[in-house]
Design a protein around this ligand. Structure first.
Ligand code: SAH
Length: 464
């Protein structure tokens, strides 16, 4: 195992000073960093070339002197000439740890990449080996936490005495803090200046019930690519005690949850026990009723063909808190994959999400007229009956010349595209690739980029 050559610590700077020597862009970068703290930040240089306006720092236009290091917690040297060399020497004589910017051999300490959610800070250091990687790690961590994490931490801190007075049991206190930092709407409440009222109300509930209330987040996981998940979804997955997911949600997304969270697959896949909708409703109500935070993870967007309506009704009936996190629905992922504008000036004035599964003649007549009038249809759950639906739409008056585009596994690396016309689709069975599919029908399809698509050709005359 490689050992660290640096030891991460947080340096107390409150009431102290950070000295920076230099006046160019390097000095500015360090000044920005230092100005995030409450330290007095003082720069020394004969000339200040960079633009320091708007930063709460003091500029002193002379060489740094020994006395300037009194009460300094840290020093940065962003001058690689004689002034800098002198400053290094003075800092060392004063016993102040010093960092000569980008000169590791002259550094007593290094500045890590920082995720700043004051009072919480997360430092990522690569000991100078791969700053790019450290920044990538930071970007991932940034995405994991609400921008208001710091406010939430401060709110929790301010509740400490009240919580200690009302909740004697350690477990009850932990449950309260967990509920507070993950409460739906807590960020909005903080933004509206109602954070404390909210925290008090929650405390009253906890003191009364003496056990945390569960809740359910209905979360859209997007079409299957991990990086099409929203930041909020990712964050809530980290907070959930239980993740109840559909089969279509890829395991990489399910894995994003806490390691110790329970995971329950309720999906319908061959060889798996699958839950009925009524069983799923009962399950999430029961889990939340036990005080758990439940992430109900659905593919795409939860409100689109996700049976969210039934789950919401069950939660409302049981009086359980819930909130909904949108996701990228598969039809819009398919539109992105094929650069198909589902609405387009003068071509398509609207977009219809519909399910081919279970459609009756009046549905088909309705859609045929919408598509004929220029709207784009995006049909879900229609792959196995695609040819039949195309034929039925023609029977209801849709022209066989209207373009069709089909995307199997939209939003994923293994997507497969098919393009042709309604007439072509109706005329023969296609051996589609495995996976869920979106069927687009409408003139706007012709405006997309279907160059990689397999042709849906009219194979035989359709026999009436
Ligand atoms: N809530 C989901 C839809 C669930 S219904 C959403 O918003 O996308 C299941 C149907 O969604 C499938 O039959 C298929 O039509 C579509 N679907 C889901 N994931 C898909 C994907 N990656 N590519 C294409 N279609 C997909």
């Amino acid at each position: 195992m490689a050992r660290l050559n640096t030891f991460p610590v947080s340096v107390a700077v409150k009431g102290r000073r950070i000295v920076i020597v230099g006046g160019d862009e390097e000095a500015l970068a360090k000044a920005r960093l230092a100005a995030k703290t409450s330290a007095e930040v003082v720069l020394f240089a004969h000339e200040f070339e960079a633009d320091f306006s708007g930063l709460d720092v003091t500029l002193v236009a002379r060489s740094v002197e020994p006395d300037d290091f009194a009460n300094a917690a840290l020093a940065f040297v962003a001058d690689h000439g004689p002034e800098g060399a002198r400053a290094l020497k003075l800092a060392r004589e004063a016993g102040v740890p010093v960092n000569e910017v980008d000169v590791p051999e002259n550094c007593d300490f290094f500045t890590p990449a920082i995720v700043d959610r004051a009072p919480i800070s997360i430092a990522i250091s690569s000991e100078g080996d791969a700053p790019v990687l450290a920044r990538l790690v930071r970007a991932k961590i940034e995405a994991m936490f609400s921008p208001r994490l710091g406010d939430i931490a401060r709110l929790a801190g301010s509740m400490r005495d009240k919580v200690a007075a009302l909740l004697s049991d350690g477990v009850a206190r932990r449950r309260y803090y967990e509920a507070l930092v993950t409460a739906p709407g807590i960020e909005g409440a903080l933004a509206a200046g109602e954070g404390e009222a909210r925290a008090d109300a929650l405390l009253a509930e906890h003191a009364g019930a003496a056990s945390g209330n569960g809740l359910v987040w209905l979360i859209g996981a997007g079409p299957g690519a991990e990086d099409l998940l929203t930041l909020r979804a990712q964050r809530l997955l980290q907070e959930a005690d239980v993740i109840v997911h559909d089969q279509l949600v890829p395991s990489a997304v399910v894995e994003m949850g806490r390691r110790d969270a329970d995971r329950i697959s309720v999906g319908k896949a061959k060889g798996h026990h699958s839950f009925s909708q009524a069983q799923i409703n009962t399950l999430i109500v029961r889990l939340a009723g036990e005080g758990k935070k439940v992430a109900r993870l659905k593919s795409g967007d939860p409100m689109v063909f996700g049976r969210a309506g039934e789950e919401i009704a069950a939660l409302r009936k049981a009086g359980i808190d819930y909130s909904i996190v949108p996701g990228v629905t598969s039809a819009l992922a398919a539109a992105a994959d094929t650069a198909t504008p589902v609405t387009l000036r003068k071509v398509s004035s609207g977009f219809v999400f519909a399910t081919a599964h279970g459609a009756d003649n009046s549905d088909l007549a309705h859609w045929a007229s919408l598509a004929q009038s220029g709207l784009t249809l995006g049909l879900y759950m229609g792959k196995s009956i695609a040819g039949q639906v195309a034929g039925d739409l023609m029977a209801q008056g849709l022209s066989g010349a209207v373009p069709v585009g089909i995307v199997v596994n939209a939003g994923r690396a293994d997507k497969t595209l098919y393009a042709g016309t309604v007439g072509g689709l109706a005329s023969g069975a296609i051996d589609f690739a495995d996976g869920p599919a979106i069927i687009f029908i409408g003139e706007a399809v012709a405006e997309g980029d279907w160059a990689q698509a397999e042709a849906i050709a009219a194979q035989v005359e359709r026999v009436a």
